[in-house]
Design a protein around this ligand. Structure first.
Ligand code: ARG
Length: 461
């Protein structure tokens, strides 16, 4: 059933009302009401500037202020009546303002279009989301540092190809994720600079004939600068794509971490236990404790990556300037922010609740000849060329494998079959502790190096 389109917006131009189905199809108020507080903030700054420039008078400005304050209360208390007939958050608020304060409400839209208005709202929303996300990243980094600080001497196997490679400390492994998050925060801060530019003043696409002061609005809203080209200002969504790319990377990092947590919690590894409050049981298998949270983080990474592709695809065919396509930017962006926010929040808590099982880690490091490289390096230091040392150790590993023992279990006389350079100081080299301690340079796994890295990381926060 068709109903009468709101007369105040544009129906004077139209001979028949918008079809009900079309109204539902084109309306965005169902999701863009999330922008309401930013819309009000933007409108207040715009109105203040209009008054300062003599485009509206002081009475109009104070009426607008009063009306918007009431609307803000109505929205926050859940009393505001959102109407699909009014299409989006902008028209809903403007219409209510006019109901409340009359002509002043109708003057608010002077020198402005929903095109620059919505672009401004989304930027304000995203800027505040980024600021919150940066805090959440920091909280997760702190949780990592706390855990790492307790485990600079906890030895686990480091893997390549998921095969035991060389011993590392659990702290060193955790600090790898700290580094990823550090880059993630850097990227977000950098993206924020491009989010924090003001589109208002671009109006529909070409600017406006009123004597506006865009710089004043920018300053009132805390934008670093104004968008330099009006066509670009209303059509640009690079900032949303960039942000979502940052979010995809953060999720990708947490997905990798999750994959490790899941493996580590499997009884085959048994390196850690995740607190019960992050796990669920099985409805059929009574023994199960499933790492649901890390599994869902891994799963939700697909969802955020999907949003990135959605936004890129949204923009790729659009001619300048604003097109209604842009309305589709909101749901992927909002969902990216929500998913990432919840994920980071839950992750910091989960990391803080991890129970580490150092014995299981150590036992795993003792299997798989994790110190074979150390033996090769030992021979090199005694004068053997590296390739020859590599071969000698390969033979020793094969010998140990046939015996079903570790390199450190082979008596000295037998080890000397592989090289006469081997002396009884070799057992220090073959120990996990010796291996760790020897990687004593910036970025290495030696306990004192990792302690230094943790201290520097803490200072950097
Ligand atoms: N709801 C619209 C959006 O999200 C607001 C801008 C509408 N502009 C227009 N010319 N129809 O993009």
């Amino acid at each position: 059933m068709a109903s009468i389109q709101d007369k105040d917006t544009w129906s004077g131009r139209f001979a028949e009302p918008v079809a009900e189905l079309v109204k539902r199809y084109t309306a965005s108020v169902g999701f863009d009401h999330k922008l309401a507080m930013f819309d009000i903030q933007g409108s207040l700054a715009h109105a203040r500037m209009l008054a300062a420039c003599g485009i509206i008078d002081g009475q109009d400005f104070s009426d607008i202020q009063r009306g918007l304050a009431q609307i803000e209360n109505e929205i926050l208390s859940g009393e505001f009546n959102w109407s699909l007939d009014l299409e989006d958050v902008h028209l809903n608020i403007e219409k209510r303002l006019t109901t409340l304060v009359g002509d002043a409400g109708k003057r608010l839209h002077t020198g402005r279009s929903r095109n620059d208005q919505v672009a401004t709202d989304v930027r304000l929303y995203l800027r505040s989301a980024i600021d919150e996300l940066l805090e959440l990243i920091k909280a997760l980094q702190l949780a990592l540092l706390d855990l790492a600080g307790q485990h600079t001497h906890t030895i686990m196997p480091g893997f390549t190809h998921l095969q035991v490679a060389q011993p590392v400390s659990f702290a060193h492994h955790l600090m790898a994720y700290f580094e990823m998050l550090k880059r993630d925060a850097e990227r977000l801060r950098d993206a924020r600079r491009r989010v924090n530019r003001l589109p208002l003043g671009a109006a529909a696409l070409a600017g406006t004939s009123y004597p506006i002061k865009r710089e004043m609005v920018a300053e009132l809203l805390g934008f670093d600068e104004v968008c330099a080209n009006s066509l670009d200002a209303v059509s640009d969504r690079d900032f949303a794509i960039e942000f979502t790319a940052c979010a995809s990377l953060i999720m990708t990092h947490l997905s990798r971490f999750s994959e490790e947590l899941i493996l580590w919690m499997s009884p085959r590894f048994g390196f850690i236990d995740i607190a019960d409050r992050f796990c669920t049981g099985s409805s059929i298998m009574p023994q199960k404790k499933n790492p649901d949270v890390p599994e869902l983080v891994r799963g939700k990474t697909g969802r955020v990556n999907g949003h990135l592709v959605a936004l890129l695809t949204l923009m790729k065919g659009q001619p300048l300037a604003y097109n209604k396509d842009n309305q589709e930017d909101k749901e992927p962006l909002f969902d990216t922010v929500d998913t990432l926010t919840q994920t980071l929040r839950i992750y910091a808590d989960m990391i803080a609740g991890i129970k580490v099982k150092p014995e299981a880690m150590r036992n795993a490091a003792l299997q798989g000849y994790a110190t074979a490289t150390d033996l090769a390096d030992y021979l090199v230091k005694k004068g053997l060329p590296f390739r020859d040392a590599h071969e000698a150790v390969a033979l020793a590993v094969r010998f140990a494998e046939q015996r079903g023992c570790d390199l450190s279990d082979i008596p000295l006389a037998e080890l000397q079959q592989f090289s006469t350079l081997i002396g009884d100081d070799v057992y220090q080299v073959l120990s996990l502790e010796g291996s760790l301690a020897s990687r004593n340079h910036t970025g290495g796994t030696a306990p004192n190096q990792v302690e230094g890295a943790i201290a520097r990381a803490r200072n950097s926060l």
